[in-house]
Design a protein around this ligand. Structure first.
Ligand code: NAD
Ligand code: 6OD
Length: 500
């Protein structure tokens, strides 16, 4: 059955909607549907089958059963071979996945082609390599009373892993968790965001084509509360939950996980700081801040919403960033030059525009943007906002402290390095920070003193998948990436063999 109609999902008006279904135990299954709207035009582009409690239950049962089948008997090297086949198949379905991601989010084809979809395949290759070369510890033991033993650890899957992800980088964030979970021999039930059901549905087809055994990968569509998300996190058959999304949702899921004493990994929100020192290459700092603020419509958890600039270059930096914000091309997603994208939903646009209004009420100066663009075509039915640059807010203003998740930043001056680090750390969040400086000593001091899971120096969102990824404070619990992912997605059994 063809479930997929890429031509209808490129964010242009005029197509008829397709149907996206759940994937349980190797079969596509339906349900009551809800509409998926294009962020570009507001039109319905697909109908999505919502998983009810029985469908979620069937998905968890299928995942449990798969652990007792051929998947459960494979070695790490054999699973690595399957993961590489998944990566190959993702590349074969490249155009469909680009269309899926662009259709669901309204992002530009150039971003989907260069970031989102390649990272999907890269995630599977990286974790195939990581698991195939992973080792466990062993100890030759000799006790004071003369007894001797060999201790060694055996890595085992955790079991059935629930994977719940948001809408901003749908395939990238989903595969970032599916790949290590499968590499470690688990089976998974995934719930993509209700806003972005398409690439996950293609991924289900990819899993089947790559020969992943039935029940190892299951997909349930739907919402959070009283829907597939809650049914999944409360299900007693789920052994571990990995979640990416808002900090408040993480808190709700933590409560559900507590009832079943389930392991959790949380990648949550941020209000990330960028520090621009006067010794920085200012051209690079401006362009880097354009990227870190406006990429993906500012809808990346790693985006910079707070910029602090050393006073001697503050005026120049503000003027240049504001100028660049007004120059970013709109355009349809299919146009290669498009830099702006719509927000994901009308509800999210209301939230972001609410912060634009609040910023004015809190006394901000709007250096760029602050409103809604007008197109005189079908995009006026979509959810665009202008990239926005603010100054003049008090340090404790809500606009300067709460995560907005849109194309907006606030810029404030600083005078000393200590002050810059203190301003950056003055946040409930601790996900990422970006530092622009030519002073190598300062770069290392920033790494040591900034309370964030990631510190980028003279770059932003440069990723090596072997490195620890996650957030401090309200930005998360735990680390994934490289062997840190193996630690979450596997259990270790220590075997102690008496040598006497
Ligand atoms: P969200 O928390 O609203 O939703 C995320 C997912 O959780 C969705 O699939 C949603 O349906 C589901 N969900 C919602 N309520 C639930 C519940 N009660 N039980 C189970 N599932 C539930 O987040 P969003 O709006 O989709 O995404 C934006 C947020 O995600 C931002 O805060 C952003 O910073 C964060 N984010 C963090 C990272 C990271 O790596 N730290 C990455 C991307 C996005
Ligand atoms: O690059 C990654 O692995 C990752 N998890 C990125 C998260 C981006 C947040 O929107």
């Amino acid at each position: 059955m063809t479930l997929w109609h890429p031509d209808l999902l490129v964010g242009r008006p005029g197509g008829s909607p397709g149907l996206l279904q759940n994937y349980v135990g190797g079969s596509f299954v339906g349900g009551k549907t809800f509409p998926k709207l294009s962020p570009v035009t507001g039109e319905t582009i697909a109908e999505v089958a919502e998983a009810d409690e029985a469908t979620v239950d069937a998905a968890v049962s299928a995942a449990r059963q798969a652990l007792n089948g051929p998947w459960g008997r494979m070695s790490e090297q054999e699973r690595a071979v399957v993961l590489r086949r998944v990566a190959d198949e993702l590349e074969r379905r490249f155009d469909d996945l680009v269309a899926a991601e662009v259709g669901d989010t309204g992002k530009s084809v150039s971003q989907a082609r260069t970031l989102d979809i390649p990272r999907g395949a890269a995630n599977f290759r990286a974790f195939a390599d990581i698991v195939a070369s992973a080792s466990t510890e062993s100890f030759s033991t000799s006790l004071p009373d003369g007894r001797r033993a060999l201790n060694y650890a055996v890595r085992k899957p955790v079991g059935v892993v629930a994977i719940i992800v948001p809408w901003n980088l749908p395939l990238l964030l989903l595969t970032w968790k599916v790949a290590p979970a499968l590499a470690c021999g688990n089976s998974v039930v995934v719930k993509p965001s209700e806003e972005t059901p398409s690439s996950a549905t293609v991924l289900a087809e990819v899993m089947a084509a790559a020969g992943v055994p039935e029940g190892v990968f299951n997909l349930v569509h739907g919402f959070g509360p009283s829907s597939a998300g809650e049914f999944l996190t409360r299900h007693p058959g789920v052994d571990a939950i990995t979640f990416t999304g808002e900090s408040a949702t993480g808190s709700t899921i933590a409560k559900a996980a507590a009832d079943g004493v389930k392991a959790v990994s949380f990648e949550l929100g941020g209000k990330n700081a960028g520090l621009i020192f006067a010794d920085a290459d200012l051209d690079a700092a401006v362009e880097g801040s354009v990227r870190s603020t406006f990429t993906n419509g500012g809808q990346v958890c790693l985006c910079t919403e707070r910029l602090y600039v050393e006073r001697s270059v503050y005026d120049e930096f503000c003027a240049r960033l504001a100028q660049r914000a007004t120059e970013l091309p709109y355009g349809w997603p299919a146009d290669e030059s498009t830099a702006n994208m719509p927000l994901i939903s009308s509800q999210h646009r209301e939230k972001v525009l609410g912060y634009y209004d609040l910023a004015r009420a809190e006394g901000a100066t709007v250096l760029a943007g602050g409103g809604v663009p007008s197109f005189d075509d079908a995009r006026d039915g979509g959810w665009y906002v202008q990239p926005t640059v603010l100054t003049g807010l008090a340090a404790d203003a809500r606009t300067a402290t709460e995560e907005i998740f849109g194309p907006v930043c606030h810029i404030a001056p600083f005078d000393t390095e200590d002050e810059a680090f203190a301003l950056a750390n003055d946040s409930q969040y601790g996900l990422a920070a970006t530092v622009w400086t030519r002073d190598v000593g300062r770069a290392h001091r920033a790494g040591a003193r900034l309370d964030t899971g990631i510190v980028w120096v003279n770059t932003w969102f440069l990723r090596d998948l072997r490195t620890p990824f996650g957030g401090m404070k309200a930005s998360g619990v735990g680390r994934e990436g490289g062997t840190h992912s193996l630690a979450f997605y596997s259990e270790l059994t220590n075997v102690c063999v008496n040598l006497d």
